[in-house]
Design a protein around this ligand. Structure first.
Ligand code: SF4
Length: 474
């Protein structure tokens, strides 16, 4: 779809709301409507009204207007989003479930409303009426805002650490992450660079409470037992691992989980692991290139349970070829193991994924809605509550990912990263450090990025450290 902007430059806001209607659509900026479909988005010269019109081969098909009630850019952006939303809603005959909410953290908005004194019910009503979110989604956002309080308040001045391991045993077809096939030598060189970055970044822990450590990926458990020992020992020598409230190690791929690795994790302070089947259908697992079976998950979970009382499992709704019944079977099967956390993802097909190229048939948005409804209802019935939620681009039906926990087991790191209430020092390739500071002008959030490519990260490790030295102020 082409788009034309007149009187403003809010291209990213226009792209965000268009993607709720056309998740994998391509937007091309043009000077004027031409052949094919075009969206023209304008602000009136006096700044009082936003307009959005859909053209088909230069002929105007739909036009909608949204008044701008306040001065300032924020109000103008909201009106632009509203006008585009109304125009595409009429054009497509479809209403995205999250309405005009385009951000990745809708529950943060609900939490802000509640911090300002609203009840969860009133916050949900406002998301429904003012932002056109479906009642169920608005209610879910408010429930998540309540649920994330279960993680407690972050300690004043505290920090958390994220350590990224960009290796996997094979590449899942839906993956867009810069993961690399595991190779011992490559991983050894990566760990050497990581140790160097950790040696520097551990300095931020001095005099502060380190609340959580999260080792994610990729698949950290793709490392050998010796490499896991090396990594966790390096962390234990530099960070107060014995005093952290939560220490997570993603053992995401069941085919990488062994007793030897779990023993090392337990001995060196890990308190929580993630073992992710995504689906319990062997046919789907083969179709998406996971290279493990449901039986591998059953074995890995049973083994992990011998060591850990806090385990997360991921489910993905919308995997190619899956029906709502498949997802229901997966949810029931996982709940049979009674994990403390279940994260229900919606498949997002990004440009860098093999699935994108394979053109595999994807689930319809309506089916994904049914899959999520079933999972959420079943998890509530099992006594779990939602405590973190985020949205991704390119998700069919513009749905969300939601983390659920048993009482007493809300993942603290997950709650912090979504609420953006704590500085998270992130290490490794593709890692993004986020500092959160209170200033006289309000909360200030700044980011410092590492390069995505693992070979580049190794080669440019001194530069990554220098970026932190210059950019991280906490
Ligand atoms: S395990 Fe995760 S990071 Fe690794 S290839 Fe699969 S989806 Fe990507």
């Amino acid at each position: 779809m082409d788009y034309v902007l007149t009187g403003h430059g809010f291209a990213s806001e226009v792209a965000a709301i268009v993607s709720a209607f056309r998740p994998n659509g391509k937007l091309i900026r043009a000077e004027r409507p031409r052949a094919g479909e075009c969206l023209a988005v304008g602000l009136s010269p006096g700044g009082k009204t936003a307009s959005a019109a859909v053209f088909d081969c230069e002929e105007k098909k739909v036009e909608k207007f949204a008044p701008i009630y306040d001065n300032g850019e924020k109000a103008a952006k909201r009106a632009v989003i509203r006008a585009v939303y109304e125009a595409l809603r009429e054009r497509d005959g479809y209403k995205p479930p999250w309405g005009t909410l385009t951000g990745i953290r809708p529950a943060k908005l609900a939490a802000e409303m509640m911090d300002a004194g609203m009840t969860p019910e009133d916050a949900a009503l406002r998301l429904n009426e003012e932002y056109q979110a479906d009642e169920a989604k608005a209610g879910l956002a408010a429930d998540v805002a309540v649920g994330q309080r279960a993680a407690g308040e972050p300690p004043p001045g505290g920090v958390s650490y994220y350590i990224g391991i960009p290796f996997c045993p094979s590449r899942c077809h839906y993956c867009s992450f810069a993961s690399n096939p595991y190779a011992k030598d490559f991983a050894d060189r990566y760990l050497a660079a990581l140790e160097k970055e950790l040696g520097f970044a551990a300095g931020y822990a001095a005099g502060r409470a380190v609340e959580t450590i999260y080792i994610g990926g990729g698949t950290p458990s793709a490392l050998s037992p010796e490499q896991i020992e090396r990594l966790l020992t390096a962390a234990a020598e530099r960070l107060p691992v014995a005093n952290v409230r939560e220490y997570t190690f993603e053992a995401g791929r069941p085919d990488t989980v062994t007793r030897e690795k779990l023993t090392v994790m337990k001995r060196l302070g890990v308190t929580r692991v993630s073992v992710n089947p995504q689906t319990l259908s062997d046919a789907t697992l083969a179709r998406i290139g996971r290279e493990h079976t449901a039986a591998d998950f059953f074995r890995a979970f049973g083994l992990a349970r011998e060591y850990f009382g806090d385990i997360n499992c991921d489910i993905i709704a919308g995997l190619p070829g899956e029906t709502p019944d498949d997802v229901a079977r997966t949810a029931e099967g996982i709940l049979g193991f009674s994990p403390e956390n279940v994260t229900v993802h919606t498949l997002a097909v990004k440009r860098a994924s093999l699935l994108k190229d394979a053109g595999s048939p994807l689930a319809a948005a309506r089916d994904i809605a049914d899959m999520l409804d079933f999972c959420h209802g079943r998890l509530r019935a099992a006594g779990m509550f939602p405590y973190y939620l985020y949205r991704q681009k390119n998700s069919p039906g513009a749905h969300e990912n939601t983390g659920w926990a048993k009482p007493g087991f809300a993942g603290i790191y997950n709650a912090r990263i979504m609420a953006e209430t704590q500085t998270i020092i992130a290490l490794g390739s593709g890692a993004s450090t986020k500092t959160v500071r209170e200033t006289p002008d309000g909360t200030r959030i700044e980011r410092v990025f590492n390069v995505k490519n693992a070979e580049e990260y190794i080669a440019r490790i001194d530069e990554m450290i220098e970026r932190k030295r210059r950019g991280v102020v906490i």
